[in-house]
Design a protein around this ligand. Sequence first.
Ligand code: KG4
Ligand code: ZN
Length: 403
Amino acid sequence: MLPACAANSRRLSNPCDDMKGTYILAIESSCDETAAAVVKNGREVLSNVISSQIALHTLYGGVVPEIASRKHIEKINPVITEALAAAKMSLADMDAIAVTYGPGLVGSLLVGVAEAKAIAFAANKPLIGVHHIEGHVSANYISHPDLEPPFLCLVVSGGHTHIVMVEDYGTYRIIGRTHDDAAGEAYDKIARAIGLGYPGGPKVDALAKQGDPNAIAFPRAHIEDCPYDFSFSGLKSAVLNYLNIEKMKARDVASRGAQEASEAGEASAKPGELARHGVPTGGDAEGTEACPDTFSDGVTKADLAASFQEAVVDVLVTRTIAAAKAEGVTTVAIAGGVASNSALRNRMREVGEANGMRVVYPEPILCTDNAAMIGAAAYYEFLRGNVADLTLNAVPGLKLGER
Ligand code: KG4
Ligand code: ZN
């Protein structure tokens, strides 16, 4: 966990004293986590504080941008104070201040960027702007201290699905991308449709463990002439169609039952009774749909979750390994919130190793949004002299590789 500075900076020299090391205070606020971390030499995490807003946004079934930015304002100072205290360091000990400046929600990004600029100015420290996705990729440097470019990385989060060739520190080439939904977005939408709530990924992951991944053959979309690209909208529609057909069947059964009951002189069934018999009754206050545990064909909700996940994991793994073969790389990494998915981790490792490749992924807490990964990415920017000035601004649509 404690590699010497020089050992992980093959081609770059450290402007700071090697004996002391380089300490970066990193800030992340691009979506619904307010996070701060102190990272030494890009690989050693001295503190990693994350204040999650999940409980707040769960009420609305997804992230509400305005609420997210207000909560960041409330939390950012305490989170930074806690990160420095947990590392037993002060602002004066830091060599640089790093912050995510894009992509993400503009209001959320602005809170982190304004805070980092204020701290850098007040403490007279260099400021480093970090690309959120480069942060996700760099989480692998923390969990695998010997990992060095080149390697291929599948980035799968709530907003991104990319196969990226990491040519060098800070040098990326996009090999494949989604044409519509991101993988995490698809997980969140399906979770909502089957009544699991927000955030959907971890809940679908857990439920899928109890289901049969081959129960329903959901489609795998191929994009013509783009063998490493993805599309999840057809899969999402297939799952929603399945659920709608089941709803219609359930309504038929319910109205037939009501008609038979009224013919027999009984009172018709009340909505509550229908729900108890497993008939979907529509949405609830949290923006999730009611969903029966078992459908008319005997398939369970867990089977549906497992079959959906199988379709996602299958395309992610098949295309990533094919791209790795085409690029001639022997190391494959996964990054982003969906990289904490158990089925994806296991399958990628299984298929990668069967093809003679090393497969790495960060520990789950470093897969979802955190500031330690921003500190890791910032370290290599710092070594390259990529320091920002106080005109740094939030760039919500920042592209990978853009500065
Ligand atoms: O990287 P991240 O924390 O935020 C973004 O940059 O988007 O990723 C969040 C996404 C959400 O869509 C969430 O549902 C998904 O990652 N996710 C998962 C799992 N844990 C988080 N998806 C599938 N399986 C999981 N275990
Ligand atoms: Zn993220």
